[in-house]
Design a protein around this ligand. Structure first.
Ligand code: NAG
Ligand code: NAG
Ligand code: NAG
Ligand code: NAG
Ligand code: NAG
Ligand code: NAG
Ligand code: NAG
Length: 489
């Protein structure tokens, strides 16, 4: 009996001791969990503590439930410049440490920042990530992850920072001044979020037109939006507009483009009548944007600025050469040449003493034209040549000299269609003044329609090649006499 009571007593004692030791161990474990568990700064101590107590793995899992995250994955949209707070609510709140990652780069461990340039990033309310004055570059996937050896969990948020398009800069090939035939690239550096749509257009003389794939190629490289126009023409000159928009707003910018080529010279009159001591103004112009240098030549020889009898007046791309001929050799071929870095172009003007016939106009059988002659007019005729195969003969009509013209004569004349067979005729006006004959440059077309009347009456018929040589000698003599008379008077 004595032995049995002793045994039971011993058993109770052992149980009591074992109970007390277990209770102590559990208490220590919980205290550690609450404050320090998984805190890497206390890692060594924790390991020591682990070594000190003799808990089994089974016991540890039973006692510490791994922390969980209550926040659901969220898509955050904020406008640039606003503050964003990304939530990470964990359970249990106390004693759980979380890490924040931005696109897989660790940003925070607890409150400790782990990356560069984190001025705008902070941890608020223990676990939430706050980004102050958001920028487009903050847009990313953010991950909040609990620190736990075996059962860490995480939540991922997406942050999209919205920004209306801002065109940061523009560029154009050679600053927008491009040579005809070269390639043009216009670029806008646009920051925007979400990615903007970009429309390119060009305005010329207040007409705005969107560019399409036929006009140009469009490229996007990062924030650079480009339009590429191959082999530019002068017509590509204009104001180019880069217009960017997204759901937050829009922005636009103009880029001036000037396509410069070889200058193109234009002369309003290619033949000018003048006389000795009569001032003649020869006009010449080139395209403004060509920025040409204009030079004049007389019979192929460069005219030095303002050497008698010449005065050159150049304003921009317009130039006037004023000539007051003093001798017959002052008449001749004057060439206006425009030159720029891309090349030269020229046009010539004849300065003559012969009559100049211009503006030949035909209305059925009524013809009209203008004669310029500072010298008195002597003879005037219209020659009509049939366009038929046997049309090498022509019909000549003598036109009366108009009275009273000073040096410009407006002439109108009705062709007597009775003298002509129906058909098409090339009409040339010829005028002789005291100096010589002049003729219209381009033949006008006269259509004779009446099929009934085809009587050749007073019209003279000549072979075209010897038309002038068959002119009676006395006419030439009288011309000379007349000229001498005029000169003497
Ligand atoms: C998180 O998502 C679950 C399932 O989709 C839903 O039941 C729960 O209400 C959500 N929690 C919050 C805080 O929105
Ligand atoms: C963002 O937070 C800062 C303080 O951190 C505050 O000064 C600022 O006004 C906030 N901005 C907005 C848009 O609320
Ligand atoms: C967490 O700790 C704070 C003080 O540190 C305390 O006021 C709070 O009651 C604790 N929360 C829980 C759920 O234990
Ligand atoms: C575009 O603009 C941004 C913002 O001004 C700048 O940081 C970036 O370097 C620019 N990109 C290029 C290629 O110029
Ligand atoms: C994009 O631009 C960068 C420089 O801003 C350049 O190095 C790269 O080659 C470009 N890529 C393409 C495809 O043009
Ligand atoms: C005008 O241009 C033609 C053709 O290009 C050239 O042959 C000629 O020499 C030029 N004349 C002058 C005066 O420059
Ligand atoms: C050239 O002459 C025309 C006609 O006389 C005149 O209208 C024009 O202004 C002149 N241009 C220059 C550059 O002198």
């Amino acid at each position: 009996m004595e032995l049995r009571r002793l045994t039971i007593c011993m058993a109770f004692f052992v149980l009591a001791i074992s109970y007390c030791s277990e209770a102590h161990s559990m208490h220590r474990r919980q205290a550690f969990d609450d404050e320090n568990y998984d805190d890497p700064q206390l890692g060594d101590e924790a390991a020591d503590d682990d070594a000190l107590n003799d808990m089994t793995d089974m016991e540890q899992q039973e006692e510490t439930k791994p922390p969980s995250i209550e926040t659901n994955s969220t898509f955050y949209e904020v406008k640039a410049g606003e503050n964003a707070t990304l939530e990470c609510k964990v359970n249990p709140e106390n004693g759980t440490v979380v890490s924040w990652f931005k696109n897989n780069n660790q940003y925070f461990l607890g409150n400790i920042d782990m990356a560069e340039n984190m001025e705008r990033y902070s941890i608020v309310n223990g676990k939430n990530l706050r980004i102050r004055d958001t920028e487009i570059e903050d847009s990313a996937v953010f991950r909040c992850k609990t620190m736990h050896e075996s059962a860490s969990v995480y939540v991922e948020h997406t942050l999209l920072v919205l920004q209306k398009p801002i065109i940061r800069s523009t560029s154009a090939t050679n600053g927008g001044n491009v040579a005809e035939g070269s390639d043009l690239v216009l670029t806008c550096n646009i920051t925007a979020s979400p990615v903007p749509s970009v429309v390119w257009s060009v305005s010329k003389r207040d007409q705005n037109r969107n560019l399409n794939e036929k006009d140009a190629e469009f490229h996007v490289n990062g924030t650079l939006y480009s339009v590429f126009i191959k082999n530019v023409k002068r017509e590509n000159t204009g104001k180019y507009l880069c217009y960017a928009f997204n759901k937050v707003g829009q922005d636009q910018t103009e880029i001036d483009v000037v396509v410069t080529g070889k200058p193109q010279v234009h002369v309003p009159k290619t033949i000018v009548n003048s006389d000795l001591q009569i001032e003649a103004v020869l006009q010449c112009s080139a395209h403004e944007e060509a920025r040409p240098e204009i030079r004049w030549y007389k019979d192929g020889v460069l005219i030095r600025e303002n050497t008698a009898p010449y005065v050159i007046n150049t304003e921009g791309s317009h130039s006037n050469l004023t000539v007051t001929p003093t001798v017959d050799t002052d008449f001749g071929t004057f060439t206006c040449e425009a030159a720029n870095e891309y090349g030269t172009h020229n046009r010539s003007i004849e300065l003559v003493q012969t009559p100049v016939i211009e503006d030949v106009d035909v209305d059925e059988t009524k013809m009209a034209w203008t004669v310029h002659s500072h010298q008195p007019l002597k003879e005037m005729e219209v020659q009509l040549q049939s366009t038929n195969e046997d049309g090498d003969e022509f019909t000549k009509f003598i036109v009366p000299i108009p009275e009273g013209g000073h040096h410009k004569y407006e002439v109108s004349y009705m062709i007597d269609h009775n003298q002509l067979q129906p058909g098409d005729y090339l009409a040339t006006v010829k005028v002789r003044n005291t100096k010589a004959w002049g003729s219209s440059r381009e033949p006008a077309i006269v259509k004779i329609q009446d099929p009934q009347s085809l009587s050749i009456q007073t019209a003279s018929v000549f072979r075209p090649n010897n038309a002038h040589s068959t002119r009676p000698v006395y006419t030439a003599l009288s011309t000379i006499l007349m000229y001498l008379l005029v000169r003497m008077l």
